[in-house]
Design a protein around this ligand. Structure first.
Ligand SMILES: [Mn+2]
Length: 351
């Protein structure tokens, strides 16, 4: 860990803008908050900014209960650009999933755990694709500086790690586990419980109902094109849901927000290289990235009328890319006859 390099890249600055990726997730929120605290210890005034929206109920509760000092770029973009230091966590300038103006500004610090084809141009770059969480990486700097970890920050770190790794069951490393156990004594447990079990909006249940009615399944693959959704994170949330289905090893979910189709991919196989499949799926038609078992991407789609055709293309290409001898045939999940002990239920026809 190059603590000195990090300090040198921020030294002399007054105002540090820490960019999260758009629609920030818990890993990004905690990593950014930690880096803001590091920046403060170097004498800078940190500001945490994000594009897009906080989509998931858990993330909204996390920000609210832990009082994460977060600013939406959609509300206060112009003034914020007067900063003299820029940092990014859990993403990279030009990655396509953040609002950093990489064409006009140089980033000073990039800390990320996503693999990238080209190393980002920044004064200080720390990219470790082997790390399960970006939060674990930034926590190491925070600890090396001997900074005090508040109970709220500790809670954010703990939630980030269990959320990013699905309770240590997905793409976790020894470092993530150790970080979790180190911060755990400081965690506000009741608050953590409230974050993990939030009250959810009616819209959430409508989304789930729509997804359930549309999801197509094959032997090992599931695909769901949700149509218009109110935020990109709905797509990721539904993908997580379907990734837990028995016998399913790959799933892809898409949704349309104005102008763009968002795509989430999940695999239950640790060696899956989902980020590569996502890049191949989109080619030059979009941008995507991710890790081994999860990936996200987007492609432009000007209007609702174009969506069905794009969705069909995505399904066909996805099935081909999985490299099975014969592309799977998919059918609606609701058409499957329930394997059920209740004879009345088993005979009931789906509407
Ligand atoms: Mn992350």
């Amino acid at each position: 860990m190059d603590l000195k390099g990090l300090e040198e890249s921020l030294a002399g600055g007054r105002r540090l803008l820490v960019y999260l990726h758009d629609n920030p997730d818990p890993d990004c929120l905690a990593a950014g908050w930690l880096l803001a605290s590091v920046g403060k210890s170097f004498g800078l005034k940190p500001v945490l900014v994000y594009g897009g929206r906080l989509g998931r109920a858990e993330n909204r509760v996390m920000v609210k209960l832990l009082k994460i000092p977060l600013r939406s770029l959609e509300k206060s973009r112009p003034r914020l650009l007067k900063s003299d230091r820029f940092a990014m966590v859990d993403s990279q300038p030009g990655a396509g999933n953040n609002s950093f103006p990489h064409q006009s500004r140089r980033c000073h610090v990039v800390i990320d755990h996503h693999p990238s084809k080209t190393r980002p141009t920044a004064d200080f770059v720390d990219i470790q694709p082997d790390m399960g969480c970006c939060t674990t990486m930034v926590l190491a700097y925070h600890q090396a500086l001997g900074l005090e970890l508040s109970a709220d920050l500790a809670t954010a770190v703990a939630y980030a790690i269990i959320s990013e790794t699905q309770d240590m069951g997905r793409e976790t490393t020894r470092a993530d586990q150790e970080a979790y156990m180190q911060v755990f004594p400081k965690v506000r447990l009741r608050v953590l419980g409230s974050i993990r079990h939030p009250v959810r909006s009616r819209a959430y249940f409508q989304n789930v109902a729509r997804a359930m009615s549309r999801v197509m399944v094959g032997r090992h693959t599931c695909v769901c094109h949700m149509g218009p959704v109110e935020s990109a994170e709905v797509v990721a949330e539904v993908a997580d849901l379907f990734a837990a289905m028995e016998r399913i090893s790959w799933c892809m979910v898409s949704g349309l927000v104005p102008g763009q189709i968002h795509i989430s991919m999940r695999s239950r196989r640790p060696e899956a290289r989902a980020e590569r499949i996502m890049r191949q799926l989109l080619g030059r038609q979009g941008k995507g990235g991710g890790h081994g078992m999860i990936a996200g991407g987007l492609m432009s789609c000007a209007c609702l009328e174009d969506y069905p055709e794009r969705a069909k293309y995505l399904t066909e290409r996805f099935l081909k890319l999985l490299g099975r001898r014969q592309p799977e045939r998919l059918h609606l999940l609701l058409e499957e006859v329930a394997d059920c002990a209740n004879p009345i239920l088993a005979r009931a026809e789906p509407e």
